[in-house]
Design a protein. Structure first.
Length: 199
């Protein structure tokens, strides 16, 4: 189910569905250096301030996804997103600025999305085999939600660290992150975009 995609990853909404060079860029917060942009992006993202986080991204969408879907999530799904995002950490390792381009090597720490995904897939496979649940669609959907919440909030979940190269571009005097699949994957704790797209 793509509910895993939606509830696990507000990341997709920000990294995959927002920034686009073709639209007017409205910076909510001014940032005078690439490092400050990275700091501001992670700060707003961890707080689930997606509009502000979006203002630091410039790229073409990775996924065809409706940004408004976040507002349609249940309070429980939003709690899962908040729980996930609060556990994201980062450390700037090095930076290289040349003209209007910058490369920032960054360690990104996040819940192990790959392991959570595998356990969640196993849980929903069991639900699909239970025909009595499938006859009751609302119970079926509630059980899917419970499975997601259980796996994301599992106390044995580990944090994984991925080092990524974050490219930035200066446009009209402001620095912007050129979001890409590697940054997305790191924020997802190693979960690949291909797996999510095929889910």
């Amino acid at each position: 189910m793509r509910k895993f995609l939606i509830a696990l990853i507000s990341l997709l909404i920000v990294i995959g569905g927002l920034g686009c060079e073709g639209k007017n860029l409205n910076r909510v917060v001014e940032s005078d250096s690439p490092e400050n942009v990275i700091n501001s992006f992670f700060s707003e993202f961890k707080k689930c301030n997606f509009e502000k986080a979006e203002s630091f991204i410039i790229n073409k969408p990775l996924l065809n996804m409706d940004i408004g879907i976040y507002n349609e999530l249940t309070p429980g799904e939003k709690r899962v997103i908040k729980y996930w995002n609060q556990r994201i950490g980062y450390e700037i390792v090095s930076s290289n600025i040349k003209g209007d381009k910058a490369i920032i090597n960054t360690k990104v720490m996040a819940l192990n999305g790959e392991k959570i995904y595998k356990r969640y897939i196993s849980d929903i496979a069991k639900l699909k085999r239970d025909l009595s649940i499938q006859d009751n669609k609302s119970k079926f959907n509630r059980d899917y939600d419970k499975a997601l919440i259980k796996e994301v909030r599992n106390k044995n979940n580990e944090i994984v660290t991925n080092t990524v190269t974050i490219n930035l571009k200066n446009k009209d005097g402001n620095w912007y992150i050129e979001g890409d699949e590697n940054l997305f994957k790191a924020l997802c704790g190693g979960l690949s975009l291909d797996k999510i797209n095929n889910f």
